[in-house]
Design a protein around this ligand. Structure first.
Ligand SMILES: Nc1ncnc2c1ncn2[C@@H]1O[C@H](COP(=O)(O)OP(=O)(O)OP(=O)(O)O)[C@@H](O)[C@H]1O
Length: 243
């Protein structure tokens, strides 16, 4: 059963086909890595999924019935599509816990699911999320965290919105090797309960994700399968890995 179906989607900018007859299906609970050279269309694909831009042709469906081409970014977020951009956007002058509380108060967070803010439920949920991303001290200022810890805090904030599909853009960029491996562990842990699409250039990280990999090139799927399979593909070596 798929959570996301992209079928025959194309999108041009000023006559240039950034996405060219793209077909992609993500299964419920799947962790999928998207790789490909600069300009392959990875960001454009994320923009199409989140309703930031509309395709010229083709269809994008979430959970079979929801037509993503009819929704804007707020609409796809309400549906349960969470997007994490490359740069962390945590509020540095607030503590780790306060950042989480803001996210819990968002439209899909636990506070809005209740009639009024229930402190006990919110604090249990905050503790669960921080435990998940291994941030021990909720009283610490977010601005004092390492780059990797800020990324994990932001992932926890996304999780506070209970997303069903998480789109994660280059999480390992700028991380230490240890943080990179910890991030791979975290995303592997989250898969199953969440469906996750992660765009990444760091091949050690992609290997550690140990998941199905899609190679995009010129807005089209060039190859798909386990990393060992796609990385042995001569075309993939030619356009991406060999360079
Ligand atoms: N709004 C836009 N207007 C014009 N061209 C665009 C626009 N957005 C993307 N493009 C072009 O579409 C192509 C695909 O870009 P995209 O950013 O999706 O690639 P990418 O795979 O994410 O690359 P990178 O790995 O560098 O982030 C590029 O040639 C880019 O210049």
């Amino acid at each position: 059963m798929s959570i996301l179906n992209i079928d025959n989607v194309s999108k041009s900018f000023d006559g240039f086909r950034a996405i060219n007859d793209l077909n992609l299906a993500i299964a419920k609970g799947e962790l999928r890595a998207i790789i490909g050279p600069n300009g392959a269309g990875k960001t454009t694909m994320m923009d199409l999924i989140t309703g930031k831009i509309r395709p010229d042709q083709g269809t994008l469906f979430f959970d079979t019935t929801h037509d993503l081409t009819r929704l804007d970014e707020a609409g796809t977020a309400r549906l349960g599509i969470g997007r994490k951009f490359q740069k962390p956007t945590v509020i540095e002058s607030l503590t780790v816990g306060e950042n989480i509380d803001l996210a819990l108060a968002g439209p899909r967070g636990v506070w809005s699911a209740l009639r009024g803010p229930d402190r006990a439920t919110a604090s249990r949920e905050r503790a669960r999320l921080l435990d998940l991303v291994r941030l021990a001290d909720p009283g610490r200022l977010a601005g004092e965290l390492s780059h990797g810890q800020k990324q994990w805090l932001e992932i926890a904030m996304l999780l506070a919105q209970e997303p069903r599909l998480l789109l994660v853009d280059e999480p390992a960029a700028g991380m230490t090797d240890a943080e990179t491996m910890r991030t791979a562990d975290l995303l592997r842990d989250l898969a199953g309960e969440h469906s996750i699409v992660v765009v990444e250039h760091d091949m050690d990280f992609v290997r550690a994700l140990n998941c199905r990999v899609t190679v995009l090139h010129q807005g089209h799927v060039l190859a798909e399968g386990p990393l060992d399979h796609v990385s042995a593909n001569p075309e993939v070596i030619d356009v991406y890995l060999g360079r």
